[in-house]
Design a protein around this ligand. Structure first.
Ligand SMILES: Nc1ncnc2c1ncn2[C@@H]1O[C@H](COP(=O)(O)OP(=O)(O)O)[C@@H](O)[C@H]1O
Ligand SMILES: [Mg+2]
Length: 318
């Protein structure tokens, strides 16, 4: 075991404390405490929340104004060269030479990074991402999903232990997204490759992640094991099926024990402090307004619901 690995035992692979990053007068990160363990982790937040800035700080492409950021127990700015050799990164925006075939492009990348036994590696990564059959086709003929998978193949060439994917499923169709995520899951299961997936498409994460870090306005609003988060937010989150939900929402907002209330698929969702007080208030309001209460149940939290309960955002806006 290397000294770095020793330091990593029982701790997080990525660990930032109070990271601040300012662009002139705009604070993109306002004291970010990001913790990411081994496994497949989701890094979620609306557009402009600070995901890409965070990734750039982690990669040593941007220097934080203050705070601490470590990756594998190493300093993200000072040791970025060593860190990057252990990583695969797919940036949010990528451009590929459309006249190259997928195979030629990867051969080109392998030669730049002096990857040994490149032929075998290229064959293996193309298989890993399901592009073996398209290896000899020019990139110009690839679909958006295939381009993202080519990007994933590129990040895997050096056999990294940790892969960062910035918005890997943005702009690709649902089938392409499922294929991409299945490959990620398979890589973790078969090779133990860890992933940090930044995305604003929350439903994608449900299928693959075991850890979630939620960022809003440059700060982590909550993070943890997905099962723990789901339990934490289900414990005091309720779904109400009621006639005229709009009218009911106006009233329930003002009830003291209700922390947050929103409408989802025609139902009211509430995060509350005290379930008993809440039940009584719901019945009182329904009677007062002469509404029909069709159902009231505790929510089993999906990632979307956890996100809404934490960031309080309208999911359709992120
Ligand atoms: N190079 C830059 N110069 C100025 N402002 C930036 C720059 N990069 C990001 N920002 C700002 O920082 C904030 C966070 O952006 P970003 O990290 O790209 O968010 P996300 O990836 O979550 O969409 C936004 O307000 C964005 O406008
Ligand atoms: Mg981004």
């Amino acid at each position: 075991m290397q000294p770095d690995d020793l330091k990593m035992t029982n701790s997080f692979i990525i660990n930032t404390t109070g990271v601040v990053k300012r662009f002139r007068t705009n604070f993109a990160l306002k004291g970010l405490d990001l913790k990411v363990p081994k496994g497949i982790s989701g890094f979620v937040g609306r557009n402009g929340a600070g995901k890409t800035t965070t990734i750039n700080v982690l990669l040593g492409l941007l220097r934080a104004n203050s705070g601490e950021a470590t990756f594998f127990g190493l300093d993200c700015w000072r040791d970025s060269y060593i860190i990057k050799r252990r990583l695969g990164v797919m940036h949010e925006v990528n451009a590929y030479p459309s006249s190259f075939t997928g195979g030629h492009f990867l051969a080109h990348v392998a030669s730049i990074y002096e990857i040994s036994q490149s032929k075998q590696r290229i064959k293996a990564v193309l298989k890993d991402v399901g592009l073996s059959d398209a290896a000899n086709r020019s990139i110009g003929t690839y679909s958006a999903g295939m381009l993202k998978r080519l990007g994933l193949a590129q990040t895997l060439l050096g056999d990294p232990e940790f892969v960062i994917l910035d918005e890997p499923t943005a702009n690709i169709d649902p089938m392409g997204r499922i294929t991409m995520l299945n490959h990620i899951k398979k890589l973790y299961k078969e090779k133990g490759t860890s992933f940090l997936i930044s995305t604003h498409i929350l439903s994608d994460l449900e299928k693959v992640c075991n850890w979630l870090s939620i960022v809003d306005s440059g700060k982590i609003v909550d993070q943890g094991d997905i099962k723990d988060l789901a339990e934490k937010y289900s414990a005091n989150t309720y779904r109400i099926d009621i006639s005229n939900p709009g009218l009911f929402l106006e009233k329930i907002h003002h009830v003291e024990c209700v922390e947050k209330a929103w409408i989802e698929e025609g139902n009211i969702c509430c995060k509350v402090q005290d379930a008993n007080v809440f039940y009584n208030e719901v019945l009182k309001i329904a009677t007062e307004l002469n509404l029909t209460l069709k159902g009231l149940q505790q929510m089993h939290c999906t990632i979307e619901e956890i996100y809404k309960a934490t960031a309080g955002a309208n999911v359709y806006e992120i």
